[in-house]
Design a protein around this ligand. Structure first.
Ligand code: ADP
Length: 518
């Protein structure tokens, strides 16, 4: 610890998520002293729109920092720095006065869906993916700009800059437009190897390089914030703000999944598998993303749509009576449903569920995929169906892990986080399906912890991430059961064959649904 910072024992981590701004006060040993979150709405006036108000997010952030400082009862001069995490893929057009000309168009906005095949098939999209590491998907700002070019040509031509939500916050606080390498690497326009905007991607969007922010390292610091905002947050104007990275890569840092073969699996509503590599890797088959953490680490992995939302569907649609029975017994319905599932043997007596209800991202990238129960017989009961859904989500995770292993070698360990990590039963299914050791870290605030670690690095308090290894505490472990591993090995193969054989039929049924459902 340097002498000047000895009396600054606290770091504030700020995470701009999809639903709320979350803040933490963390000490130098990784203890979380206080946390606070302020929610903001997601506006969906049409099914294909998902926008937020940048100023609502900015105000939520000010409020969340102010509240966490009060909760932790710390003095402003004790704050070493504020370090940032944020959701990826957002896009805001601004004018010269840094005034927003659009709402914040989020990753969930689907208006650019029609441009996916154009980019893939007519515009050398695969090469752009290989350069940038961002999969070709409507979430990507690259596709959002292609959409804007045709649908809002006025904005596309005349906007002063196109920025993301984190850049907007820093522009308000400091009047400076910078984008960290991590968020930049999720725009679809940033060359992973040069760490600069990619000329081919820019040409595809039709925007000029000077319409984007200046890329900086994730440890870049800004100082001298506007006093009105410092006052609103209860901070000093000279408190350094560390630009930080994206929530995904910081979550890996937060759970200590940095070594080769150690992957993080997060399953909340959706899910993601990520590993850290020492140089950028892109997938010749285009299945995986690769995003920067800093100049030395990249995060490679895949996101799935059908994660915890599948169990929510079971609770709310398939097994409503059973869920109600759980509530009647004073239990969390998820826990009761899990108990029912546990009465059925591993492999659900040969019932396989393909949990593709929301279409799927990695590794299939198939918006037309749909759910399938396969192998149903008169013998099967509702309990089998419940267990097969929990197993099916793990078959999805397995398919991403397999793609990752092709690129990056065998899995040694998985660090689990998100809502599913509350269930030892579901975690055991994961250990058995992936045939690996599963560790569950105690803290659920992994992105915030990662942001704080990056803040320590930026402030010169540690020289690399091994300096914060002691921050990680593991709650419990799960080992694969060899008998179950064998069962799941056979079933994942059948699962994968069923998926591939149904490809054409998925398109046909999606087409039918489009026509006949309102
Ligand atoms: P909700 O589905 O009500 O929004 P949460 O946000 O708490 O629930 O959790 C996200 C997901 O995590 C849930 O959809 C579910 O799949 C999973 N989950 C949450 N709690 C449990 C539990 N006790 N057992 C198993 N899975 C759980």
């Amino acid at each position: 610890m340097s002498s000047t910072s000895a009396n600054k024992p606290y770091i504030i981590a700020a995470d701009l998520g999809t639903t709320s701004a979350k803040t933490l006060v963390i000490d130098r040993d990784g203890n979380v002293l206080a946390s606070h979150s302020v929610e903001y709405p997601l506006y969906t006036p049409r099914p294909d729109m998902a926008e937020q108000d940048p100023d609502e997010i900015f105000r939520a952030l000010l409020g969340a920092i102010q509240a966490v400082v009060v909760k932790a009862a710390i003095a402003p001069e004790q704050v070493l720095c504020v370090s940032f995490s944020s959701a990826m893929h957002s896009l805001i057009a601004i004018d010269r006065d840094l005034y927003p000309l659009t709402q914040c168009i989020t990753w969930a906005d689907n208006r650019s869906a029609g441009y996916v095949s154009k980019l893939k098939n007519e515009l050398d999209g695969h090469q752009i993916y290989l350069n940038t590491g961002t999969p070709i998907h409507p979430m990507s700002p690259l596709l959002k700009l292609m959409w804007m070019k045709d649908n809002r040509p006025d904005l596309h031509q005349n906007a002063y800059k196109f920025i993301g939500i984190k850049e907007y916050v820093f522009a308000k606080l400091f009047g400076e437009l910078v984008i960290d390498y991590s968020i930049a690497s999720a725009t679809g326009m940033f060359n992973l190897r040069n760490l600069d905007w990619d000329e081919q991607a820019l040409a595809t969007t039709g925007i000029r390089r000077d319409q984007l922010s200046r890329p900086v390292s994730t440890t870049y610091k800004l100082e001298g914030m506007k006093s009105e905002y410092a006052q609103a947050m209860g901070l000093r104007t000279d408190t350094p703000f560390v630009v930080g990275a994206s929530d995904g890569v910081l979550a890996n840092l937060g759970v200590g999944a940095l070594d080769k073969g150690v992957y993080s699996v997060t399953i909340g509503t959706s899910g993601a598998v990520r590993g850290v590599v020492r140089e950028p890797i892109t997938d010749p088959k285009g299945r995986l993303f690769c995003y920067a953490l800093n100049e030395h680490f990249w995060c490679v992995g895949g996101a799935i749509n059908n994660g915890g939302i599948m169990f929510r569907w079971v609770r709310d649609q398939l097994a409503t009576l059973e869920a109600e029975e759980g509530r009647r017994r004073g239990m969390d319905p998820y826990d009761y449903l899990t108990e029912l599932a546990a009465s059925v043997p591993a492999g659900s007596d040969g019932l396989i569920f393909l949990p593709l209800l929301a279409g799927e991202r990695a590794p299939y990238w198939n918006a037309n995929a749909r759910g399938v129960f396969f192998g149903l017989s008169l013998y099967h009961q509702k309990t089998h169906m419940i267990r097969s859904v929990l197993e099916g989500v793990m078959y999805r995770i397995h398919s991403v892990v397999s793609a990752l292993e092709e690129m990056n070698g065998k899995t040694k360990e998985v660090r689990a986080s998100g809502g599913f990590a509350r269930s030892p039963f579901w975690l055991q299914i994961m250990a058995d399906v992936l045939d690996t050791h599963v560790a569950v870290p105690t803290s659920i605030e992994s992105s915030g912890l990662g942001a704080a670690q990056l803040g320590m690095l930026a402030m010169g308090e540690i020289s690399d991430f091994s300096g914060v290894n002691h921050w990680l505490h593991v709650n419990h472990h799960h080992e694969a059961n060899p008998q179950n591993v064998e069962i799941y090995r056979r079933l994942t193969k059948i699962y994968s064959n069923v998926y591939h054989q149904l490809r054409g039929d998925f398109d046909a049924i999606a087409e039918f649904q489009k026509e006949f459902t309102k």
